[in-house]
Design a protein around this ligand. Structure first.
Ligand SMILES: [Cu+2]
Length: 117
């Protein structure tokens, strides 16, 4: 399906950006400005499902579904609460690690933020 192809292309694009970011970071320690990344909640999925960011970066979730969703950290550190359509939630990741999260209303909806220097 076309949508699958687009998703695959996006995944490749994100992988390329991640690799480019890593190679570009050699020798630079903490000089970069923090960035804002976006996760779109659409059709009961988090897109991208796995997002790589740098320490100090922020991530914003936006719900494009009619159904309400949440973005809730598995370790309980943060929780968007109920996000109605077009509602957003933003949090900042200051330390490195893998942070799994899910939707409290639809626990099969899972995502991951990977914070790597
Ligand atoms: Cu949900």
């Amino acid at each position: 399906m076309a949508r699958t192809a687009v998703t695959a292309l996006l995944a490749l694009l994100f992988a390329g950006l991640a690799l480019g970011g890593l190679s570009g970071s050699s020798g630079a320690t903490g000089g970069g400005a923090s960035q804002l990344h976006r996760v779109v909640i659409e059709r009961f999925t988090f897109q991208p499902q796995r997002l790589e960011v740098r320490p100090g970066d922020s991530v914003e979730w936006v719900n494009r579904d009619l159904a309400p969703h949440t973005a809730s950290a598995e370790d309980g550190d943060w929780d968007s609460g109920e996000l109605s359509k077009e509602a957003t939630f933003r949090t900042t990741f200051s330390s490195a690690g893998d942070f799994a999260y899910f939707c409290a209303f639809h626990p099969m909806m899972r995502g991951e933020i990977v914070v790597a220097p």
